[in-house]
Design a protein around this ligand. Structure first.
Ligand code: AQP
Length: 342
């Protein structure tokens, strides 16, 4: 059975990269597929989070999901820590995954930086928990931005090794040939890697110290306009063909953002704006960005005024998620050889 799973970390400052790289696709997918969208709070604490801030950020990410158009009646929306099977399955996967696999993860290298000895063990094991998030639901599709491709591939490696190592037990317990699916990453659309507005070689990120590097989902119209106006560009006008964007990462980034916001392609954008100076193109970009994002920010503010309502959605989503995850975990206990009384 096909099932979609994805999530975001409640680490503050949800930005245009999160929205265009992942969320915009999630909203489309919920129209035709069964979808589970998680606020991955256990991932968030792999780096220090102030407890009061974390609580607020969990509700803020949930509010962003809802404001952007995720429907809790259609999709399951919940926070990870309320479904304990994620942590349980992650432990089993820690014993399936190999240290050598983790050593190849580029996100760990980037996030741990030079002081690797001081990074949390959780940050190192992050991909194993992510595999558990996905496979607790035996999800077949994971819509993410380009930066998460390596982690979804690792999820497939873990699923494959589990299926191989336990093949005899999977069959003996009546679970067929393979227990876990080999999940597909869905990396689609014109903006799978949105770059920083200050530096076209760095991805737009929550943790960039410069707020001018990103457009936050909570930015008001004036702030969006200011950030777009200040965005780094080169002196040439826009090309009329996509080929002309080669070697011009900042121009390519703004064109991709425009295309993703308007549901078109870079070709379409250049057909309309090729030959324009950046001043004119940026003004058009501000218009489309404000049109798309201002209502989301407004709705987020409205939702954040009633945290009880957000919490109720998370409790309901967690209850629904737990039913599925518990079935998977019971089967995993049988397959691994744990004795269970219920
Ligand atoms: N710049 C981006 N372009 C496209 N997609 C992006 N995503 C993140 N940044 C971009 C996608 O957003 C989803 C959620 O990401 P996450 O919350 O798990 O954290 P992240 O990837 O670590 O996001 P950040 O903003 O880059 O956080 P920091 O600064 O803490 O590292 C994922 O689907 C991701 O691909």
């Amino acid at each position: 059975k096909e099932l979609v799973f994805s999530g975001m970390q409640p680490t503050g400052n949800l930005h245009l990269g999160n929205y265009l790289g992942a969320m915009i696709r999630w909203i489309e997918l919920q129209k035709t597929m069964e979808c589970i969208y998680c606020v991955v709070d256990m991932h968030a604490i792999t780096v220090w989070q102030d407890p009061a801030d974390l609580k607020r950020q969990i509700r803020e990410v949930t509010a962003a999901y809802l404001a952007a158009g995720l429907d809790p009646k259609k999709s399951i929306i919940f926070n990870q820590s309320q479904v304990q099977q994620h942590a349980e399955l992650a432990w089993v996967f820690n014993c399936v995954a190999r240290i050598g696999w983790m050593n190849r993860m580029t996100q760990f290298k980037e996030k741990a930086g030079k002081d690797r000895e001081n990074a949390s063990l959780g940050l190192y094991a992050y991909p194993s928990l992510m595999a558990a998030d996905i496979l607790a639901y035996r999800a077949t599709h994971v819509p993410v931005g380009e930066d998460q491709k390596q982690h979804v591939e690792l999820t497939r490696d873990i699923a494959q090794k589990f299926n191989n190592d336990y093949a005899a037990s999977i069959a003996a317990n009546g679970y067929g040939d393979a227990f876990f699916p080999l999940t597909e990453p869905m990396i689609q659309g014109p903006a799978t890697r949105v770059m920083s507005l200050r530096d076209g070689s760095k991805k737009m990120s929550k943790s960039d110290p410069s707020d001018y590097s990103r457009i936050n989902l909570t930015d008001d119209a004036d702030t969006i306009a200011q950030k777009v106006r200040k965005a780094k560009t080169d002196p040439e006008p826009l090309p009329s063909e996509v080929d002309g964007l080669k070697g011009r990462p900042e121009a390519e980034n703004l064109v991709s953002i425009y295309a993703a916001l308007t549901g078109t392609t870079a070709e379409d954008v250049l057909r309309e704006h090729g030959g324009s100076q950046f001043s004119g193109f940026k003004a058009a970009l501000v218009d489309v960005a404000v049109t798309k994002l201002a209502p989301i920010a407004g709705e987020m503010r409205r939702l954040m005024a009633d945290p009880g309502h957000i919490d109720a959605i998370l409790v309901d989503g967690s209850d629904r998620a737990r039913v599925i995850a518990a079935q998977t975990m019971d089967a995993v206990r049988d397959i691994v050889g744990f004795v269970r009384s219920r």
